[in-house]
Design a binder for this molecule. Structure first.
Ligand SMILES: [Zn+2]
Length: 455
C-alpha cells in the first residue's frame, strides 16, 4: 500500500478535497442541498474506486450512501461505516484558513497536515477506507466482500439511521462493522477502542411556591426550590463517589482482573492529566483508577443548573422554580431506558412533600463492548502492530457513538473501531486537521486488516 500511496497521493488529496469543499453541516437546514451533493460525490468516489454499485438512498433525514463490492458470496463481508456530515465551523474568526477550502501545511510541530472542517471527522477517516479498498481491489488482493454505509446525521446523533438500517437489514448483512471515527491514545501509543459508554440525559424541574416570592417576607419559612434541588443533587453521589440511585449498578458488568490489566497498559500521567484540566486533585469512584472511571464505570454529572435571579445587581427573590440538566454516562449492558426510569423513581421518592418535581428525559443511547478476542480485533491489532511497530493498546472510550450500539443490536454484528485521529486534531473546533502521517498509516493499517482478517 505504501508504494500505491506514493504513486497516487496527489489524486487522493484532490478527491478528498472535493469532499471537504462541500459544507455538509448537518446542524443547519440551509445546508440541505450540500448534504445531497456530498452524498452524491461519495457515491461517485465509491464507483471510481471499483464498487459494483453505489447510490444515494433517501432516509427520514439526510440521505444515506450505500455501496458494495462482491468478490465471492462465500467470503466474509466487511461493512464500513462512516459519516459525511460535519460540525458547524463557527467561530470562523478563529480559523487560520477557510474551513471549507482545505490546505496541506505544516502544523506547529513542523509536520504536514490537512486543514479543514472534516479533514479528520469523519471525511478524512472514511476516505482512508475508500482508498484502501481501491488499492486492494486493483492489486488483486481483495479477498472479502465490502459494503459501505455513510450517513449524514452523526453529528446530530443519527436520528434517522437506526430506522434505515432496520428497513434495509438484509442489504447490510455483514460479519463486522469497521469504523474509523475515533482517536488513538497518541502517535507513540496506538490503540484500538474496545468499548464506548452510553448515556441517559435528563432535565429536572423542581417547583416550590406558585410564584417568585419576596425573600424578606417569605425567606426562612417557605423552602427555597434551588436549595431543595441542590440537596437532592448532592445526595446523588455518596462519599465513595458512587451514584446512590437504587439499582444503578445492577447491570454493570464487572471486568475481570485480566481485562483490567489489559486496559492498564495504556499510559497515564497523573500529573499531566491534572494540569491539562487545571485541577489539584481528582475525585471519583473509590477502588478504580482514573482511566477505569472514564472507560469502564458509569458516572453522574450535573451539566447545568439554573433558577431565580442571575442578572446584574441584587434582586431579593425566593424563586418559584429551579432546574438542572443531568447526564449519566453508562457502561455496556446498562440500559438508558432502565436507568432513566430508576432515576425518575428515586428522585420522586426523595423529593420533599413541599415541592413538585418533574423529570424529563432528553437524550439516551446504549454503550457497547467489542470483544478483544474476536478475529476482527485480533486482525486489526496485528495490522497496526506492523504499521506502527508497537502492539496497540486496547482502550475504552468515555464518549458515546450511540448509532453503533443500535447497528450492533439490529444487525447482530460487532463494530470494530480503528480510529486514527489524535487529540491534536481539534475536531469540532477551529483549525481541524489530520496529520498526513496518520492519514497514510490509517490506509496502510486498514489494507493490512483485510489481509489478516480471515475470509
Ligand atoms: Zn465523527
Amino acid at each position: 500500500m505504501k508504494q500505491y500511496i506514493d504513486d497516487n497521493k496527489e489524486r487522493f488529496f484532490e478527491e478528498l478535497f472535493s469532499l471537504l469543499r462541500i459544507p455538509s453541516v448537518s446542524a443547519k437546514k440551509e445546508h440541505k442541498a450540500d448534504m445531497r451533493h456530498c452524498a452524491e460525490r461519495l457515491a461517485v468516489l465509491l464507483m471510481e474506486a471499483g464498487a459494483d454499485e453505489a447510490a444515494v438512498y433517501p432516509s427520514d433525514g439526510n440521505p444515506v450512501v450505500f455501496g458494495k463490492k462482491t468478490i465471492d458470496p462465500k467470503f466474509k463481508t466487511v461493512l464500513v461505516y462512516g459519516h459525511y456530515d460535519v460540525q458547524p465551523p463557527e467561530p470562523l474568526e478563529k480559523w487560520d484558513s477557510d474551513p471549507f477550502e482545505p490546505v496541506i501545511k505544516k502544523d506547529p510541530t513542523g509536520r504536514d497536515a490537512i486543514y479543514g472542517r472534516g479533514a479528520n471527522d469523519d471525511k478524512g477517516q472514511l476516505f482512508m477506507h475508500i482508498k484502501a479498498f481501491e488499492y486492494l481491489l486493483r492489486s488483486g488482493k481483495l479477498n472479502h466482500n465490502v459494503k459501505f454505509i455513510f450517513e449524514g446525521e452523526e453529528e446530530i446523533s443519527s436520528p434517522s439511521l437506526p430506522a434505515w438500517v432496520r428497513a434495509n437489514k438484509s442489504m447490510l448483512k455483514s460479519d463486522v462493522i469497521l469504523v474509523s471515527d475515533t482517536t488513538m491514545i497518541s502517535e507513540k501509543v496506538p490503540s484500538i477502542n474496545c468499548g464506548m459508554r452510553g448515556m441517559a440525559y435528563l432535565e429536572v424541574t423542581l417547583t416550590g411556591p406558585d410564584k417568585d416570592l419576596h425573600s424578606g417576607h417569605y425567606g426562612g419559612t417557605v423552602a427555597n426550590p434551588i436549595q431543595t434541588l441542590c440537596d437532592i443533587i448532592s445526595s446523588l453521589i455518596d462519599k465513595d463517589g458512587r451514584v446512590t440511585v437504587p439499582g444503578f449498578y445492577d447491570d454493570v458488568v464487572e471486568l475481570s482482573r485480566s481485562d483490567r490489566a489489559q486496559l492498564a497498559r495504556a499510559p497515564f500521567d497523573m500529573k499531566e492529566f491534572k494540569s491539562s484540566v487545571g485541577v489539584k486533585a481528582l475525585r471519583g469512584e473509590k477502588g478504580y483508577t482514573p482511566l477505569e472511571r472514564i472507560g469502564i464505570r458509569p458516572c453522574l454529572d450535573v451539566c447545568g443548573i439554573w433558577g431565580g435571579y442571575t442578572g446584574e445587581g441584587a434582586k431579593t427573590v425566593l424563586p418559584s422554580v429551579a432546574h438542572a440538566k443531568i447526564s449519566m454516562r453508562l457502561v455496556p449492558n446498562q440500559s438508558s431506558a432502565i436507568i432513566t426510569r430508576l432515576f425518575k423513581k428515586h428522585i420522586e421518592k426523595i423529593a420533599p412533600k413541599y415541592c413538585k418535581i418533574e423529570v424529563k428525559p432528553c437524550e439516551g443511547g446504549e454503550g457497547f463492548l467489542i470483544p478483544i478476542s474476536s478475529p476482527a480485533f485480533q486482525a486489526a491489532s496485528k495490522a497496526m502492530t506492523e504499521v506502527y511497530g508497537i502492539q496497540p493498546v486496547p482502550s475504552r472510550g468515555g464518549g458515546s457513538i450511540a448509532v453503533l450500539a443500535d447497528m450492533q443490536k439490529i444487525l447482530g454484528v460487532d463494530p470494530l473501531l480503528m480510529g486514527f485521529g489524535l487529540e491534536r486534531d481539534t475536531i469540532h473546533s477551529p483549525n481541524e486537521s489530520f496529520l498526513l502521517k496518520q492519514f497514510f498509516a490509517g490506509m496502510e493499517s486498514i489494507a493490512k486488516f483485510f489481509e489478516y482478517y480471515d475470509n
